[in-house]
Design a binder for this molecule. Structure first.
Ligand code: R5P
Length: 291
């Protein structure tokens, strides 16, 4: 077995490789002036190769993944495993308006054609319950970072209320509540546009109550930020936020911090300054179950 690491996920890959005690080779990646990608892999590969990279900024990364997987097969890989802690293109699972591309199905099928196994963490699945419905292969493995997040919060805070911004967050929050022993509640969310998000807090006492807002993804930061604003207006002073995937597009981080959130924490599914919760143990454990 060998890990092929893209440079943007190298730090995390090194930790996975040392947990599994297997060799790691960094992929040589270059971008030409017109933004075409150049990749170089070791010209001879073992039978089982693990390719690791989160698929944020997906359009470039998916092309590079295609080049990498096809080249790895040419160089001897018989079994290809993808570890993509953040998996993009999982939201559009139906055509809401006639003519829309159902990108989840198209990208899912592309990954199924390229890989024997796909491992990801907290994928954003709406209307389907299992990852294999989106990526039709035997080992389409969806992990959750809830236990890692729970253990982190438990050693960081003595007590706090966990707050999910929408009903979808309940699946993670209940597990984090179980690990931490903290109470939890779920807010109501209505999204009118990319940056138009309305949050309604459940009625309860927030004054002098530390609160951690928990979500799977922070993209524009409006969900976390507007939840923070509501909590602040309700008298809450100690507001924290934790997410699995720190996408933080544009002004997201500033917006959240200016909305009364004191600290933002995230997993290292994507390299980011808030990434303080390692996923290497979780991902290495998943490799052990399939290898
Ligand atoms: C949506 O349902 C997700 O769970 C997140 O709440 C959402 O992706 C966050 O997006 P944003 O940061 O743009 O509000």
């Amino acid at each position: 077995m060998m890990i092929l690491a893209f440079p943007d996920y190298l730090r995390q890959c090194n930790r996975i490789a040392s947990r599994l005690n297997i060799p790691l080779v960094e992929i040589v990646l270059h971008h030409f002036p017109d933004s075409e990608s150049y990749l170089r892999l070791p010209p001879s590969l073992p039978e089982h190769v693990i390719i690791c990279r989160s698929l944020n900024q997906p359009n470039d990364k998916l092309i590079e993944l295609l080049l990498c997987a096809k080249t790895a097969r040419e160089f001897g890989a018989k079994r290809l495993t993808l570890i993509a802690p953040y998996l993009s293109y999982m939201r559009q699972d139906i055509a809401i308006q006639p003519g829309e591309a159902v990108s989840q199905r198209i990208i899912g099928n592309l990954l199924a054609d390229l890989f024997d196994d796909v491992i990801t963490v907290d994928p954003h699945l709406h209307r389907i319950s299992s990852l294999s419905q989106a990526i039709p292969i035997k080992n389409a493995i969806s992990l959750t970072a809830a236990d890692e997040i729970g253990r982190f919060l438990k050693q960081k805070l003595e007590n706090a209320l966990l707050l999910g911004p929408d009903s979808e967050s309940e699946q993670w929050i209940t597990r984090i509540a179980h690990v931490t022993g903290f109470d939890y509640c779920i807010a109501g969310k209505e999204r009118q546009g990319d940056k138009q998000v309305e949050i309604t807090l459940p009625t309860r006492q927030y004054r002098n109550q530390p609160v951690v807002i928990v979500d799977d993804v922070a993209s524009t930061g409006r969900t976390l930020g507007n939840t923070g604003k509501r909590l602040q207006a309700a008298g809450c002073k100690d507001i924290y936020a934790v997410v699995t995937h720190p996408l933080f597009c544009g002004d997201a981080e500033t917006y959240i911090l200016q909305s009364g959130v004191k600290s933002i924490w995230s997993t290292d599914s994507i390299e980011h300054r808030t990434a303080c919760i390692g996923l290497d143990g979780l991902l290495a454990g998943a490799i052990k179950t399939i290898a």
